[in-house]
Design a protein around this ligand. Structure first.
Ligand SMILES: [Zn+2]
Length: 354
């Protein structure tokens, strides 16, 4: 198999680059790729890190996982892209500098129509996505969240009614659930589909892989960004190992005990809540991992002199995934990412993004 300049051979690890676009300064934008080609047939697992290029733990996890693989004892193939956003990485940032916004909102969506020419980030993502969907049986898109975050897994919802029957969607959701549970971190379902679309998350890598290509794909959020967090790094590597075991790519039984349990019962979904209606200086009363109940005070908003202007309470039960970074609050700024009880189905009728 050839992916970019990486040419894989059974029992070997090969490295190379996928040329993503030409640069105005000469040469090309090149995305690094590592292929571990097993000696026996089996599934192809893609592991993609650091599309938000400041999410350094995801890069370390990708490197560590490749290090652990032994192609001589592997069934199938692992294709690893440790750093899917070289333009962001060069400037130590989250975005790429092509147009300064989130590169993980530019993967293909059939109904993302419009007559305008594709932006360069869309072309880059399309070239990577085509290689992924050519071969992938499963995709793990490694991420981290904000500084001060718990580790968890985001599970996309699965749609039917477009080019997938409801039975096919249920089968895909079952495959996906096996893998997210195997990862061993608390599973938090994606927002409702309409919110997912309005946030552009249907065009994230895992969103597009599930929605457009019917490939089981999910997003581990491994602690916070900017520095490698050792506990999150260990969760990520063990999670990937257990995905490989579950897919029977390595001759080890999968572990069935979770690495980390949520402090409140499943099923859970993402919620950005609460917001402050008062501008000021934020002082949190909770931290990542804390369970909260409706009415609990989660933060105080202070004056510039440090006096309390107001106390912000949660209107939802849940637990804290992340505090938002910084102490600055404008009116209606969100304060927390929460995991809250999820009453919505995981398999839902397809809604158009237009
Ligand atoms: Zn991210």
């Amino acid at each position: 198999m050839k992916i970019g300049t990486a040419e894989s051979r059974a029992g070997e690890l090969s490295t190379g680059y996928v040329e993503a676009t030409q640069l105005p300064t000469g040469g090309a934008e090149k995305i690094p790729v590592v292929v571990a080609e097993g000696v026996e047939t089996g599934p192809t697992l893609w592991v993609v890190g650091a599309i938000h290029a400041d999410e350094t733990t995801s890069l370390a996890v990708a490197h560590d996982f490749v290090d652990w693989l032994n192609p001589d004892e592997l069934a199938g193939r692992v294709v690893c892209v440790p750093n899917a956003n070289p333009a962001g990485f060069r400037v130590n940032g989250r975005e790429s500098y092509y147009h300064g916004d989130d590169p993980n909102r530019y993967f293909p969506a059939e109904d993302a129509g419009g007559a305008r020419p594709r932006k360069v980030q869309e072309l880059i993502n399309r070239r990577l996505f085509d290689r992924i969907t050519d071969s992938a049986d499963a995709v793990v898109a490694l991420h981290t969240s904000w500084v001060g975050s718990a580790s968890y897994v985001i599970q996309p919802r699965v749609t039917h009614g477009d080019d997938r029957t409801e039975d096919e969607a249920r089968a895909l959701a079952d495959e996906l659930t096996d893998l997210t549970e195997a990862f061993g971190l608390p599973v938090v379902n994606q927002y409702s589909q309409s919110r997912e679309i309005s946030e552009g998350l249907h065009r994230s890598l895992s969103g597009a892989a599930v929605r457009e290509a019917g490939i089981p794909a999910f997003t581990p959020e491994l602690g916070g960004r900017y520095i490698v967090e050792d506990d999150a790094r260990a969760y990520g590597v063990e999670g990937l190992k257990n995905v490989a075991r579950t897919l029977e790519m390595v001759a080890e039984s999968p572990r069935t005990d979770p690495q980390l349990e949520p402090p409140i019962p499943h099923p859970l979904k993402r919620s950005v809540h609460p917001h402050t209606d008062t501008a000021g200086v934020v002082q949190y009363r909770v931290r990542e991992g804390d369970a909260v109940e409706k009415g609990d005070a989660v933060a105080d908003i202070l004056t510039p002199h440090g006096e309390r202007k107001t106390t912000v309470r949660t209107e939802e039960d849940g637990y804290v995934l992340s505090r938002h970074e910084g102490a600055t609050a404008y009116e209606n700024d969100p304060l927390l990412d929460l995991a809250v009880p999820d009453d919505d189905p995981l398999v839902v009728p397809h809604e158009s993004a237009e």
